[in-house]
Design a binder for this molecule. Structure first.
Ligand code: M6R
Length: 610
């Protein structure tokens, strides 16, 4: 989704900003632009398409500008055109603005501004910001004051950065609902919406909070509220090394991240298994232990792949702890009137920690008095900061838009969390010890599972030419079927549906014929017999079954075109393994169809608008 990068300091910044934009590419975007400030002059270049197109366009124009802002746009209001790309300018070409988020009252503001003589050049909601700032800006009014006045008129969300050719050594940044941070170096500063884009070796960071406006110069940072009240910014340490993600020799980040799963899960588990007590150690929950013991109900909220992890979480929590658990799409939860009380625990799950709907859901839950726990991958993210307590997944940076290692690490964390709740209630110490021992072997099992690659590659020709696919699973593997289908559709643009296998006969069975592959996830567990009946029903209609199951399952092998084998494991850990062949299948099918695996069309890594 949209990304912001800005620099002010002692270095010429054009190429730095282009490099920053490259680091934002993984988020998904459709156009990009840059504005460079020199005394009394702004240079603005915008292009549709990849950052490389913009880089080529600016390459021929030498620039010594030491202050600038740049943006990758993911279209919301208006098509991906050059005119709609950011930065947007005011009428006089003095002010440039880059904006993430949505100005909800843009139409009303635009009408007023147009009536006052402002000329608009784009269809975007964001352009009103440039004209609004222009409206308040004057000889007596510095840029930060004009920005604050403008933002007081805005309804909606924003993370924005503004420069002016009249104050060419300054960036003004503001945040409401869309992340923004400032990193500080010696005689320079970077402002960005995504810590991955920080392009200088800075060790200090300030995460702006909602309603704050920062005035950034190479040597100073001043933060105020919209009414002008000055705030002492909380400067934190920044470990950029830990955030760096390089593709190395891998063809795509996604493939690298799939293969990183054994290590990522080992990192998730590190220091958290107390085999003596049969208790997981979750330091981030220590302060709320009493509330966890009192919880009578759990609601898990998330979006996309994290929502699938939440579905597995429900099974785990109900099985281990006997606490009723519900799973809600964050986007639905936030606009319903959810019934919550102080003994309801809300668990917000998110890789990025910046998903707008999940943030809104957790805020609503807190307003209603529920305790909110975050399960999230990115330290310093909004969800990590706004939840009452939490557990980091420690999956490491995930750059591929399709979530893979973050998902399996979320499942690992949810297993630990359910075990903790269970041990607080009905699970014996010996059972706790057994589960922890089984968890300990998970990285090895995942490693073993990755040897399924060759089998998956053989399967690819069966999928590359099809238009539709069905994924079926039951119990713990029903969310895996949903996740497999999501992976295939988001990467290869093949329509794919995930279903609980038994639901097939209530409708989707009408679709089955020899042209639609059906992927069945059926490891050897208590419910396998049932799913074998579903497989028979598919075959009776000339459907072609591709199965994920365990070795030496002759019956399943006989009923399917191909059986992808995953190792034996306790049923509650199975989703971590069965999802891997499906991640690989989606990856190799997308590659075979020539799709952009790491940045699929229309998608964004973190969805910061609702
Ligand atoms: O960062 P989050 O986990 O909150 O993101 C939620 C979804 O946007 C995300 O999982 C999305 O569905 C991915 N593209 C799935 O691969």
């Amino acid at each position: 989704m949209c990304g912001i990068i800005g620099y002010t300091g002692s270095l010429p910044c054009r190429d730095l900003l282009i490099e920053g934009l490259r680091r934002l590419e993984y988020r998904g975007y459709d156009s990009a632009g840059i504005a460079l400030a020199e005394q009394d002059h702004l240079t603005v270049v915008r292009r549709v398409g990849k950052v490389q197109v913009l880089a080529d366009a600016v390459a021929s124009a030498p620039s010594c500008a030491r202050t600038g802002i740049a943006h990758t746009r993911w279209a919301t209001h208006g098509q991906p055109t050059e005119a709609n790309a950011h930065p947007h300018l005011d009428c006089s070409g003095t002010i440039a603005v880059v904006h993430n988020g949505i100005v909800e009252n843009h139409a009303a503001l635009r009408r007023v501004l147009e009536a006052n003589g402002h000329r608009f050049r784009s269809e975007t909601d964001s352009e009103v910001l440039a004209h609004l700032v222009e409206h308040f800006y004057g000889d007596e009014v510095p840029l930060e004051q004009a920005v604050a006045q403008a933002l007081r008129e805005v309804e909606g969300t924003y993370g924005l950065a503004v420069i002016s050719s009249r104050e060419a050594e300054k960036i003004v940044a503001g945040r409401r609902g869309s992340p923004l941070l400032v990193t500080l170096g010696t005689h320079e500063a970077v402002v960005t919406s995504d810590v991955h884009a920080v392009l200088r070796p800075h060790q200090r960071v300030v995460y702006l909070r909602d309603g704050e406006v920062a005035t950034i110069t190479p040597t100073t940072l001043q933060v105020r509220e919209l009414d002008g009240t000055e705030i002492t910014p909380a400067v934190q340490e920044l470990n950029l090394e830990a955030l760096r993600a390089e593709k190395g020799d891998w063809p795509h980040f996604m493939l690298k991240e799939i293969h990183e799963q054994p290590q990522a899960i080992a990192n998730t588990l590190r220091g958290r298994l107390d085999l003596e007590d049969g208790m997981p150690h979750l330091g981030g929950l220590r302060d709320v232990e009493r509330e966890l013991r009192r919880a009578r109900r759990i609601v898990l909220v998330a979006c996309g792949t994290s929502w699938h992890a939440a579905l597995v979480g429900k099974y785990l929590i109900e099985e281990f702890a006997g606490i009723p658990a519900d799973v809600d799409y964050a986007s639905e939860f936030r606009y319903r009137n959810p019934v919550l009380d102080e003994r309801t625990l809300v668990v917000a799950i998110s890789q990025s920690g910046e998903t707008a709907d999940t943030i809104a859901a957790l805020r609503e839950a807190r307003r209603k008095g529920a305790l909110v726990i975050g399960i999230c991958n990115v330290a310093g993210s909004t969800i990590a900061r706004e939840t009452d307590a939490g557990i980091f997944t420690h999956a490491g940076p995930e750059i591929g838009v399709a979530s893979t290692k973050a998902f399996t690490c979320q499942l690992t964390v949810l297993t630990l969390f359910a075990l903790l709740l269970g041990r607080q209630r009905r699970l014996s110490q010996s059972l706790g010890k057994r589960i922890l021992r089984e968890l300990q072997s998970l990285p090895e099992l995942v490693e073993e599972t990755l040897s399924v690659v060759a089998g998956v590659q053989e399967l690819v020709p069966e999928f590359t030419g099809v238009n539709n696919c069905l994924y079926l699973g039951r119990g713990y593997n029903y969310p895996v079927a949903l996740e497999g289908a999501l992976k295939l559709k988001e990467l290869s643009y093949i329509h794919a549906e995930g279903y609980p296998a038994a639901e097939m006969k209530h409708g989707p069975i009408a679709l089955i014929d020899e042209n639609m592959p059906v992927v069945v996830v059926a490891p050897r567990d208590e419910i396998r017999e049932k799913i074998l009946s579903n497989v028979q029903e598919i075959r009776a209609r000339r459907g072609r079954v591709f199965a994920v199951g365990n070795a030496a399952d002759d019956e399943l092998a006989a009923q399917s075109e191909q059986l992808l084998v995953v190792p034996e494991a306790p049923h509650y850990l199975m989703p971590v393994l069965t999802v891997i062949p499906l991640q690989l299948l989606a990856y190799y099918v997308a590659v075979a169809r020539g799709k952009d695996v790491d940045q699929p069309r229309n998608l964004a890594k973190s969805v910061t608008v609702e």
